[in-house]
Design a binder for this molecule. Structure first.
Ligand SMILES: [Zn+2]
Length: 101
């Protein structure tokens, strides 16, 4: 994927930075679920990377706008694991069957 296709949308630029530094990941089973890995180093690296993304008009994103968007996307992401996968795992029939009657 090319960086060029992301640069003119703040949301996409930040998402790109977060994904490529592995600060966030997309659930392999639920593409609409974003998971926050919880890696502080990756998150600050993502901020640094986002600051270096240049828009097609040659300017960079404002630091305040970037920081706010990074925070928003991290807050929106699920913590550590996909909630849908966790729910599925907890309701697996094999697990239920092993419980004493
Ligand atoms: Zn999932």
């Amino acid at each position: 994927m090319s960086v060029d296709s992301y640069v003119d949308h703040l949301e996409s630029a930040v998402r790109y930075a977060l994904l490529t530094t592995r600060a966030i990941a997309v659930c392999p089973f639920h593409p609409d679920v974003t998971i926050r890995i919880g890696d502080d180093a990756a998150e600050s690296q993502a901020c640094a990377r986002a600051k270096n993304i240049i828009k097609s008009d040659g300017t960079k994103w404002e630091r305040e706008a970037l920081t706010a968007e990074v925070k928003r996307q991290l807050a929106d992401a699920a913590d550590g694991e996909c909630p849908q996968c966790a729910q599925l795992r907890d309701s697996m029939p094999e697990v239920r069957a092993r419980r004493p009657l």
